[in-house]
Unconditional design. Structure first.
Lengths: 150, 150
DNA sequence: TATCAAAACGCGACCAGCACGCAACAGCGT
DNA sequence: ACGCTGTTGCGTGCTGGTCGCGTTTTGATA
């Protein structure tokens, strides 16, 4: 198991931040909820237990948690940003056709990262924005001769 | 020289679209303007010659031009999308610190694209979203021992 | 346990970037 | 020049997110 809510709360205190109900619930939602929640989804999860929490509170908490290095956000495409614990940071491959999201194997970026570093001095951070493309299934559909219209 | 406005206008006619003042001006701005214009910047360029063109007209034209394969848009980071001619499509590396944008060498994505294809069946489209990272200069600054505060 | 400064909250207003509905207008085939 | 229909200008609306302000809460200290 990577991180419990209590450990994350301890990180908050270490960082000088206070521990509030909303904040704890955001962390709980991140630990126990679905894999790539948006701020909106986190808000829903938080409100399930504390209905009066305001959207801006969730946004501000995510910002603060990110400042402390507890969570990171990723853009998976055109929609809203998604959040996860910093301990679970990883690259993403997103299908432009169906929206399917998959975790990128860690070494997939190695060659490109090394090439960019050596040739351009550019240090890749391939986690912040997903790499777009077309997934197996959608590529198969696109390549199929005819979807047999009738 | 890649494309003249007249060639692009011909593409419009071939696609069944009409050629209007606003549309021609958008194309002109794309051909002759700065490298990675946003919709807003294109609007300004268009309005320099036709002050009454409305923002939504530019957005709709860009959408239509994209449908016809004349232009493509790219997301360089958190800001608005940027547009360029489809003939000039290329990958981008964007510095998360200073925002510097550079064109990615064509072969930089080869290894990753092949790896993704062979191992996951995933066909990379690395042009739609930029790859983020830290540029040479900002990496140097970050690595410097002390910026000599006084 | 009471006190209190500062942090965080709830709330609403606001912002950027963009999409949409509609009536008027203009391109272009005839 | 005519008329069909795509396009425009305009306002309005939506999503995703930020900000300022007055109130509440946290948690160190007494």
């Amino acid at each position: 198991m990577s991180s419990t809510v209590d450990e994350l709360v301890a990180q908050l205190r270490d960082g000088g931040s206070r521990v509030t109900t909303a904040r704890r619930l955001v962390l709980t939602a991140l630990v126990k909820g679905a894999p790539h929640p948006t701020a909106e989804e986190l808000l829903v999860a938080v409100r399930a237990l504390a209905p009066d929490v305001h959207a801006s509170t969730v946004y501000r908490n995510l910002e603060e948690l990110e400042r402390l290095g507890v969570v990171v956000h990723t853009h998976l495409g055109h929609g809203p940003a998604t959040y996860h614990l910093a301990t679970e940071a990883h690259g993403h491959l997103v299908c432009e056709v169906c929206g399917a999201t998959m975790e990128a194997p860690e070494d997939l970026f190695h060659a490109m990262a090394e090439g960019a570093k050596r040739r351009l001095g550019f240090e890749l951070r391939p986690y912040h924005f997903a790499v777009l493309g077309v997934c197996v299934d959608c590529a198969a559909i696109a390549a199929a001769p005819e979807p047999s219209v009738g």
